[in-house]
Ligand binder design. Structure first.
Ligand SMILES: C[S@@+](CC[C@H](N)C(=O)[O-])C[C@H]1O[C@@H](n2cnc3c(N)ncnc32)[C@H](O)[C@@H]1O
Length: 296
């Protein structure tokens, strides 16, 4: 502790004396981080590049999602000081965004070891050493977790990757038991199957053979949420935040990583499930948010 203080003080003094010293320290450091991240490759879902910001025409699905989902979350929730669970966290993209919105702690769960190596590396780059990223199947986590509970739980882009025929009553009631404030779901909806033409997207290749994935509809999920103890469920059309509608629609391919046409055609959306109605900001009562409530 004392050593850390001395080092910090020395660096700060040097910085205040000479801006050149700042660049001598900063540039090689960020250069090195940048090289490591590039070397790591952008094979993951999100390409996070330190020091580069994409804008305008070159936006990808990831940056459109970041733009609209973060704005939606900020409108519907106060994340400051909250404990959060990011289920299917992948490389921690959303965990680190929650941190930026003021989350007190984040635990991430994913079953893919490679993406967790990235998340655990990035938590040091972003300086959140207290975050925990754990390799586990979501169902195992929900069966075994007897200790932790979380104010906010993220379940983003994963429902439709889980096996069809799973015990959904167990799944949603287990989530509800460990969730004190709000569950946020981002999912494809399968009311109109002709919108999702690729059969390969609907299967999982496992060691035990091929398994069909769940193709959830809004009505099913909303019913499970109300039955599991969520008092207030709203569906939100986040695309209202997108200004560049044409670019965001792209070529309309629902599986493309370049556009968000699936959100824009209402085959995908966000659901906020609150444990108590009061947890939704009162001002939003006056706005027509969306249609989930009438499906109770
Ligand atoms: C499409 S990514 C979603 C990543 C992130 N939540 C987002 O919205 O951008 C799906 C992630 O779910 C993870 N996953 C799929 N099935 C899972 C399971 N049963 N248990 C844990 N993780 C799972 C995959 O490893 C992958 O990282």
């Amino acid at each position: 502790m004392l050593l850390k203080k001395i080092i910090n003080r020395t660096i700060n003094t040097m910085l205040s004396i000479s801006p050149a010293f700042f660049f001598m320290i900063k540039l090689p450091y960020w250069g090195l981080v940048n090289i490591i991240i590039r070397w790591w490759g952008s094979t993951g879902l999100h390409s996070i590049r330190v020091g580069e910001f994409k804008g305008g025409a070159s936006k990808t699905r990831s940056s459109y999602r970041e733009d609209m989902l973060l704005k939606t979350m900020m409108l519907l929730l106060d994340i400051r000081g909250k404990s959060c669970l990011d289920l299917a966290c992948n490389d921690g993209f959303w965990s680190f965004r929650l941190a930026r919105l003021g989350a007190k702690s984040v635990k991430g769960i994913d079953m893919n070891r490679d993406v967790l190596v990235k998340a655990n590396f990035l938590k040091h780059v972003y300086d959140y050493p207290g975050f925990r990223f754990v390799k586990q199947d979501i169902f195992n986590f929900l069966s075994n977790n007897k200790r932790d509970s979380f104010d906010i739980i993220l379940l983003l882009s994963v429902l439709y990757h889980l096996p069809k025929g799973s015990n959904w009553e167990f799944f949603f009631s287990s989530l509800s038991k460990i969730n004190s404030e709000c569950l946020i779901i981002d999912s494809r909806w399968h009311e109109d199957m002709s919108y999702w033409p690729d059969p390969k997207q609907g299967i999982l290749k496992t060691k035990k053979g091929i398994i069909k994935k769940w193709q959830p509809t809004r009505a099913e999920v909303i019913k499970h949420l109300y039955n599991s103890g969520y008092e207030h469920v709203v569906e939100v059309d986040s695309t209202v935040f997108i200004q560049d509608k044409e670019g965001a629609y792209g070529n309309g391919d629902p599986y493309s990583l370049e556009n968000i046409s699936d959100y824009m055609t209402n085959h995908r959306s966000l659901i906020f499930a609150y444990k108590k109605k009061d947890f939704m900001p009162a001002a939003l009562e006056k706005i027509k948010i969306e249609k989930a409530e009438r499906e109770k």
